[in-house]
Design a protein around this ligand. Structure first.
Ligand code: AQP
Length: 340
């Protein structure tokens, strides 16, 4: 089976519906067809100032939510990045293959550093894409016919994946064929979810207001209210029209994704019935979808030792692959081995 690697930052107290429908739900599906490595990337989370206790908590919540969604530690490998030190080690080697100007062209760095100002911008934020390249390439299958390494990515990570391919190619060229070039793709079923109050901008943990974002741990009561109060557009028709009806269109996307139906079918079902019934039904669908995730997350978090053990198992399996890759890398780069 082709390998797949994906990572997510533990930077909020809960994932939101955009993360789920745009990325994480595809992680669950990919387990059936891929040898999957899923990583809670806590090293990435310290590129900006953070609180240690909160980071630890958020890493556990993130992992618990992934397990609650259906990531299965028996079928895939779920782990916390900092438990596999090879991520930082390979990042050093790749950093030494990255041009300063090349890294400086990363638009995400330019945007984020402009927002933060130079004094708050860390070298870690600058080299973030190199660490991401390391995350992916550590899990390279052995190069050869049919070897595939796939990376589901959002639009904002495209440039970083391009850099990853460049670095893999550069390493292979200088030191011999070591890495399979990863292929990035946007999963077909990924839905872009927008803010419930500002339906023309994406739902986002940093930019959305509490009323605009649905987080996965939300209780049914407030959750229902939030859906009922979501901004809809003038008119009464439930019609899929991104330009004219961004609010209703966003709700239809959520509906379709969670109910396994299509916008056309939804239009037909609510023809002539107005927004009210549609929203009520949507609220019920969202509550039904999120309740088991919330309950399982809470159950997993209630036994921290057990959760940590489960994650340690993932780290062990990830380590087996990562340490093998690093052995080859160290040797090819010219480091003296420790011998046996
Ligand atoms: N609204 C969304 N619709 C679809 N997919 C989304 N993703 C995020 N928002 C949506 C996908 O979720 C993964 C993790 O993304 P993220 O950590 O960047 O989450 P965020 O809420 O988008 O974060 P912020 O607050 O906007 O900012 P930053 O980037 O500064 O942390 C990704 O696969 C993303 O595509």
């Amino acid at each position: 089976a082709p390998r797949v690697f994906s990572g997510i930052q533990p930077t909020a107290d809960s994932f939101h519906l955009g993360n789920y429908l745009g990325a994480l739900r595809q992680w669950v599906a990919l387990q059936d067809s891929h040898d999957a490595f899923y990583c809670v990337v806590d090293l990435h989370a310290i590129t900006v100032e953070h609180d240690p206790a909160l980071l630890r908590h958020r890493s556990r919540v993130s992992a618990a939510q992934l397990l609650a969604m259906g990531i299965d530690q028996e079928r895939s490998t779920l782990f916390v990045q900092s438990q596999v030190p090879e991520h930082a080690e390979l990042a050093w080697v790749l950093g030494c293959l990255t041009g300063f100007g090349e890294a400086g062209r990363m638009t995400q760095f330019k945007d984020k550093s402009a927002k933060q100002g130079t004094s708050a911008t860390t070298v870690g934020l600058f080299t973030y894409p190199v660490l991401m390249a390391s995350d992916i390439l550590l899990y390279t299958p052995e190069p050869g016919a049919g070897a595939r390494l796939e990376v589901p990515v959002g639009e904002d990570q495209r440039q970083h994946l391009e850099l990853t391919r460049t670095l893999a190619q550069r390493f292979n060229h200088r030191f011999g064929d070591t890495f399979v070039l990863p292929d990035g793709y946007i999963p077909k079923t990924a839905a872009k979810i927008t803010d419930l109050q500002e339906p023309t901008v994406k739902m986002s943990k940093s930019a959305s207001s509490p009323q605009g974002i649905v987080d996965l741990l939300e209780e049914p009561g407030p959750l229902r209210k939030k859906i009922m109060r979501a901004v809809t557009d003038t008119g009464t028709e439930v019609r899929y029209d991104e330009a004219e009806k961004p609010g209703v269109t966003n709700l239809m996307r959520i509906f379709a994704a969670l109910d396994g139906t299509t916008p056309d079918a939804i239009e037909a079902r609510y023809a002539g019935s107005g927004y009210g019934q549609f929203k009520k039904d949507l609220a019920a669908i969202v509550v039904d979808a999120l309740t088991p995730i919330r309950e399982r997350t809470q159950a997993l978090l209630a036994d921290e030792d057990e959760l940590d053990k489960l994650l340690a198992r993932g780290a062990e399996r990830a380590s087996a692959v990562a340490s093998r890759t690093m052995e080859i890398v160290r040797d090819r780069v010219g480091f003296v081995g420790r011998g046996r």
